[in-house]
Design a protein around this ligand. Structure first.
Ligand SMILES: Nc1ncnc2c1ncn2[C@@H]1O[C@H](COP(=O)(O)OP(=O)(O)O)[C@@H](O)[C@H]1O
Ligand SMILES: [Mg+2]
Length: 395
């Protein structure tokens, strides 16, 4: 056997032994830890934990969620936690345990590497059994990031990672968050709202209001993500098609003035005392940061930390924390901003309460530069979930 091959075999067997031992240790720790008291009193944060990892879902970001969940599951295992996978199919049906595990075991962190499956239950029976410590929804977009599943956890009395019902619903809704920013005089790009009803009733009036903002325009569904349904409109003739495209994803559409800007993202962690990460920068490979650019083309660059001067860094960090507090976020969020190229002005774009979690995603990358490597980041998120749950119980 060639030396390098022998070395590889020895390495592989060693890794297998280490992996088996790690699993045995983590199983021992999980099965011997005291119960978490989330029915009879205060919840005890007592890692390692049994984590219900929920992924897939009904939104257009179903595949993105699956690949995010794979990274989260690996990091949770590395941190010694036990993962109970719970996959939800495109129609909202929950897969069996075996099927959920199969989807999670698939390899790849690109959405086109997600596996397809069909669910079997209207609700996962394990959710009702109290057989885990905390729920971790790694679900992006409608029904996962918008307060819907958070409401289910509240009804079941389960601690869960991330923001509560109201903040999740608010951050999912671009029109409503913009109204909040406007109310607090925080900078957000000028916009008009278009409902499907108003568009059918009087498209001319809406066209005029939209075009008054000036070209280019960004036309977006109010409650979506991953750039699904978004069009950059560079001429008057393309506006109608852009509105129709956005209306396929939501009944409310946002038409926004295009800002010629650098795209800056800051990750925030916390409950009562949120902290900001170092900022990162997205350099789209496409005309804008489109779905293809985010997940398929491999042309965009994620730069972390963003090359910004100290003053701008401080400004984007404190704005991110201000926005996190304003919207009532808890646990985690990624606050996305525009840094206008000509003026240096900072505009808030949007807030993601369940940001992408693949190994190359910005949220874990920014925290790895700001004091939390991936497994430590997940420990912190679990700890914050319990802190939030206990804060709420004390009221
Ligand atoms: N007003 C705008 N000016 C310039 N670019 C924009 C604007 N709005 C959106 N974009 C571009 O479209 C991308 C996706 O828009 P965003 O509002 O973040 O939606 P999503 O929730 O789908 O990520 C942004 O990252 C940016 O590249
Ligand atoms: Mg975005």
């Amino acid at each position: 056997m060639a030396p390098s091959l022998r070395a590889k075999c020895v390495n592989d067997s060693l890794n297998a032994v280490i992996e088996t031992t790690d699993n045995a240790i983590s199983q021992f720790l999980v099965s011997n830890k005291p119960p978490c008291l989330h029915r009879s009193g205060e919840f005890v944060y007592n890692p390692p934990m049994k984590v219900a990892l929920i992924f897939g879902g009904r939104s257009g970001e179903h595949d993105v969620s699956i690949v995010s969940a794979r990274s989260v599951a690996t990091a949770l295992h590395n941190g010694g936690h036990e993962v109970l996978p719970m996959a939800i199919d495109h129609k909202g049906l929950w897969a069996t345990d075996g099927e959920s595990q199969r989807i999670l075991n698939g390899s790849g962190d690109r959405p086109d590497q997600a596996l397809s499956f069909t669910g079997a239950h209207r609700l996962n029976p394990t959710l009702l059994k109290d057989s885990f410590d905390v729920a971790f929804p790694v679900l992006h977009g409608p029904f996962g990031e918008d307060g819907a599943i958070q409401g289910l956890f509240e009804i079941l009395g389960l601690p869960y990672v991330g923001s509560g019902v109201a903040a999740s619903a608010l951050c999912m809704d671009k029109v409503r968050t913009k109204k909040m920013f406007e109310n607090d005089r925080l900078p957000t790009a000028p916009w008009v709202t278009v409902t499907s009803h108003a568009w059918r009733a009087d498209p001319d009036a809406l066209r005029r209001r939209a075009l008054d903002l000036g070209l280019p325009l960004f036309v977006k569904p109010s409650r979506m993500g991953s750039s699904v349904g978004i069009t950059k409109v560079i001429d008057t003739e393309s506006l109608d098609a852009a509105v129709e495209t956005a209306l396929r994803s939501d009944t409310t559409v946002l038409i926004e003035q295009g800002i010629e800007a650098r795209e800056i993202e800051v990750a925030v962690l916390g409950t009562t005392k949120p902290r900001a990460s170092v900022p990162g920068e997205i350099v789209p490979g496409d005309d804008f940061y489109s779905f293809e650019d985010k997940y398929l083309d491999d042309r965009c660059q994620l730069i972390a930390p963003a090359p910004l001067d100290a003053e701008t860094t401080e400004q984007v960090q404190s704005l991110a924390v201000e926005v996190f507090r304003l919207l009532g976020c808890e646990g985690m969020a990624r606050v996305d901003m525009f840094l206008e190229k000509t003026t240096g002005k900072i505009w808030i774009n949007e807030v993601n309460t369940i940001p992408g979690f693949t190994s190359i995603s910005m949220f874990p990358r920014l925290w790895s530069l700001s004091g939390f490597e991936y497994p430590a980041l997940l420990n912190e998120l679990l700890r914050l979930a319990i802190e939030r749950y206990n804060n709420f119980r004390r009221i």
